[in-house]
Design a protein around this ligand. Structure first.
Ligand code: NAI
Ligand code: HPV
Length: 526
């Protein structure tokens, strides 16, 4: 049984799914040194935002295949290092969308009506109605930065309150904004004109500190800011200062640069700033959703199936994967054949899709070809996640192209590989889910199932050459299971692929090379 470590609290519904396929250890609140020391024993890791999956932790993650983030933001995971190490990172992109949107709206209303402050005062025995006079959100403007899943849900709810929406998201098209009833503006306009501003962007280099003292200074003195996205998107020190100086109306903060927020966090204790301890995703519904979502993906990946929400690899549905699987296998086998037939190393890979591949995501198939090429030549373990990165780090250029249909009508996959001696071209096709064939090698027609041991020779097409190869293999106890010969024309060059039942003993290929008329001979294993 594979082993799964659950290092943050996730809902029991998710753990139950994991237990069906793995030995599950739930160990929350581990110090980072302890996590780093035990991670090597596990095939999968399930986290929320508390566990920091750093490069140091990943350095020991020798067996780890997948990290499941029961939530959206993966800024607590070193995705780049995970990718390099071939570890798939998956999340739950939609499981907590409504929870986070609802908390943001709750913050909006709490700010408008001073609910937390009034509640606190009343608990302290103070009945202060005029001090906690609020304002309606109706008719006010809400600036939304980041109009992804959560941002859009916030917009809908704010519109229901009668707010007008200013939006900023460089990836949102004007026609989408129009459909949502949002006025798309640039950031300076959003800062200047909004009564409320809420951020719903991921934490990236670009968004960290995107709202600082300079931006706060351009806002209305009554503006109220909401951050239920990530700590530090609004600079904490600058926000605290602006609130203390009365330069903003207030702020509602769910997330902090360091979590748990230490007692000296500048945002704590300011009367106009209300805070919650990262509760955006903390609803019963969201926690069940995200736990099931990642547990199912971990279970799938551990049993060799694809993940539906991979962060460091394009995702495919199970239905699409079933359709691309034979092409993926074909691409990988051709890639492997390419690298086993060359002695000088591959410099560039071109994958050509000839004919109708329909809506199949060829990007995946290309990854298969690259994995196949690298598998036998690089010391690292190669998979679909790290194959493109490993190729890039070795200066191997990868391209993909599509051309019209072959005369046969079936889609043909060709993997071209450039080596010191030029380009080699190998193509194949899929006749059925389990019927995969190599059709041409360097222009010679063959019809080979890419499985097991093969001997590939190039020789002059004349009587006796093939016979001598057969005799030699027979003498060495190697049984020939099948044979395919392609030739230019009688008496010219020929290419032979022999399917053999066992490996040729040491020295055997060298003896074959000495046969008169033999140009080249290589044994490969697919
Ligand atoms: N407080 C909490 O518990 C929770 C917080 N979150 C945070 O909310 C963030 C957003 O979540 P979703 O809406 O699900 O993600 P999403 O990926 O659907 O939306 C993010 C949006 O931000 C936009 N964006 C990216 N860079 C931008 C930039 N520089 N300026 C403006 N827009 C930019 C993207 O185009 C995208 O539309 C997550 O990354 C996570 O950090 C998510 C769930 C719960
Ligand atoms: O999903 C997200 O991005 C969140 O911020 C939720 O974090 P959590 O799982 O509650 O620690």
């Amino acid at each position: 049984m594979p082993r799964v470590l659950v290092s943050d609290p996730i809902a029991p519904e998710g753990i139950a799914i994991l237990k069906q396929v793995a030995d599950v250890d739930v160990k929350t609140g581990l110090p980072k040194e302890e996590l780093a020391s035990i991670i090597g024993e596990y095939d999968a890791l399930a986290v929320r935002s508390e566990t920091k999956v750093t490069a140091e932790v990943l350095a020991n993650a020798h067996k780890l295949k997948i990290i499941g983030r029961a939530g959206v933001g993966v800024d607590n995971i070193d995705v780049e290092t995970a990718t390099k190490r071939g570890i798939l990172v998956v999340n739950s992109p939609e499981g907590n969308t409504l929870a986070a949107a609802e908390l943001s709206v709750a913050m909006l209303l709490a700010l408008a009506r001073n609910i937390p402050q009034a509640d606190q005062a009343l608990r302290n025995g103070e009945w202060k109605r005029s001090k906690y006079m609020g304002s309606e959100v109706y008719g006010k403007s809400l600036g939304v930065i980041g109009l992804g899943k959560i941002g859009k849900e916030v917009v809908k709810r704010a519109q229901a309150f009668g707010m007008s929406i200013l939006g900023y998201d460089p990836y949102l098209k004007p026609e989408q904004a129009e459909k949502l009833g949002i006025r798309l503006v640039d950031l300076p306009t959003l800062y200047k004109e909004s009564d409320y501003i809420t951020v719903h962007v991921p934490k990236t280099k670009e968004t960290s500190g995107m709202i600082g003292a300079e931006q706060l200074a351009t806002m209305k003195p009554t503006v109220r800011l909401i951050n239920c996205a990530r700590g530090g998107i609004i600079d904490e020190a600058a926000l605290a200062q602006a609130a203390k100086d009365g330069k903003i109306g207030g702020a509602a903060i769910d997330v902090f640069t360091t979590e748990p927020a230490p007692a000296d966090n500048p945002l704590l204790g300011i009367p106009t700033i209300i805070t919650t301890p990262h509760l955006g995703a903390s609803t019963e519904e969201a926690q069940v959703n995200v736990a099931i979502d990642i547990a199912e993906q971990i279970a799938d990946v551990l049993s060799g199936k694809p993940a539906r929400a991979a962060v460091n690899m394009p995702s495919v549905s199970a239905e699409v994967l079933a359709r691309i699987q034979p092409y993926l296998t074909l691409a990988e086998k051709i890639g492997s054949l390419q690298s086993q037939l060359t002695t000088s190393g591959v410099r560039a890979i071109e994958v050509v899709y000839k004919g109708d591949f329909g809506d199949l995501p060829t990007l995946h198939i290309t990854r298969g070809a690259v994995k196949g090429v690298l598998d036998t030549v690089v010391p690292e373990s190669v998979n679909y996640v790290n194959a493109p990165g490993l190729a890039a780090s070795r200066g191997i250029n990868i391209t993909e192209s599509r051309t019209g249909a072959d005369e046969s009508g079936s889609p043909v996959l060709t993997v071209r590989a450039e080596t010191q001696s030029g380009w080699r071209e190998i193509s194949g096709t899929v006749f059925g889910p389990k019927d995969i064939r190599i059709l041409t090698i360097d222009g010679y027609r063959v019809d080979v199932k890419p499985e097991g041991f093969l001997l590939v020779t190039k020789h002059t097409d004349r009587p006796g050459v093939i016979g001598k190869v057969g005799t030699l293999l027979g003498d060495k106890g190697v049984n020939i299971a099948g044979m395919h010969v392609g030739r230019e024309s009688e008496g010219k060059g020929a290419l032979m692929v022999l399917l053999i039942d066992s490996a040729i003993p040491d020295g055997g290929v060298e003896e074959i090379l000495k046969i008169d008329g033999m140009e080249n001979a290589r044994q490969v294993q697919l």
